[in-house]
Ligand binder design. Structure first.
Ligand code: PAF
Length: 287
């Protein structure tokens, strides 16, 4: 496995890769959710690139960025074990050199939900993803369902800017209690981790209500909020019932649809979702 750190090294490494290139873009602190992404990218390509870059442009502030877990050596072991051919692990200066000033504004898909609570987040995501696509030239790029809005921002980016790249979405990986795996979970205490289960519990009950015939989206939102409100450590930010691809809020629940929520559990902000009527890579294990 080759580890490229400078731009010159990665350009050279990409030139030598045979066949279709798969990309698993990450910010490191890898867990089983990343492994699912890496494996899908490997299965769909001849040569596999993984990127590891904690992107300051998508964080709300310096504290959030600084608090993000970093585990470089362990991450390299995971990449190696999963058969990654090249890792792109650039420095901050390589990605955002002195004088950098061009950002991508992803438009309406980025405005609701996470975009409303984290105003510059998707501008940062779209910018780094466009840079990764330009430098690494993947044929296929895989993302995790947990960041559903991000997958739609990337799909819009690929369509709008004419990247010839197939975007695949793998289902969220959960622990035995249903908590979606996330690098942020490391910051949850034992009690907080137990409390965090209410996000998925609310989503699942709302999805069950829909399956039983409830189509009033306001009731489904209330269902999620009520379940989250029962846990005193949990401070919900939103519960949404939206069209899966436009992310517009629905009055009448109908497929394709995404139920999603965000909440603080103690001081850790978590997000989760279930998609209904959407085919994910490898099958939809979400609900
Ligand atoms: O999902 C992530 O880990 C990040 O948002 C990504 C896609 C690697 C861009 O920094």
């Amino acid at each position: 496995m080759e580890i490229a750190q400078t731009k010159a090294q990665i350009i050279e490494a990409v030139r030598g890769l045979p066949g279709r290139i798969g990309l698993a873009a990450t910010m490191g602190a890898l867990h089983a959710g990343h492994v699912a992404v890496i494996r899908a990218a490997k299965a769909e390509s001849d040569s596999l690139i993984a990127s590891l870059f904690v992107n300051p442009a998508q964080f709300g502030g310096a504290t959030d960025f600084d608090d993000y877990p970093r585990r470089f050596d362990r991450d390299m072991e995971v990449f190696e074990k999963e058969g990654v051919d090249v890792v792109w692990a650039p420095s901050l200066d390589d990605v955002y050199p002195e004088g950098f000033g061009t950002y991508i504004d992803p438009g309406s898909i980025a405005r609701p939900l996470e975009g409303a609570f984290r105003p510059r987040h998707f501008r940062g995501v779209a910018t780094i993803v466009a840079k990764l696509f330009t430098l690494l030239r993947p044929d296929v790029s895989v993302f995790g369902q947990k960041d559903w809005q991000q997958t739609q921002v990337v799909a819009a980016l690929v369509g709008d800017l004419d990247f010839d790249i197939k975007v695949l979405v793998v289902p969220t990986v959960r622990d035995e209690q249903g908590l979606a795996l996330s690098s942020r979970n490391r910051r949850l205490s034992g009690d907080a981790r137990r409390a965090a289960r209410v996000l998925y519990k609310g989503l699942k009950l709302a999805a069950d209500d829909y399956a039983a015939g409830e189509t009033d989206a306001a009731k489904l939102r209330r269902r999620m909020l009520t379940i989250m409100a029962k846990e005193r450590r949990c401070r919900p930010e939103y519960a949404s019932v939206a069209h899966a691809f436009t992310l517009e809020e629905l009055e009448l629940a109908a497929e394709p649809m995404v139920l999603s929520c965000a909440a603080y559990v103690d001081s850790v902000r978590l997000i989760d979702n279930v998609v209904i009527g959407v085919e994910l890579y490898g099958g939809n294990r979400a609900v």
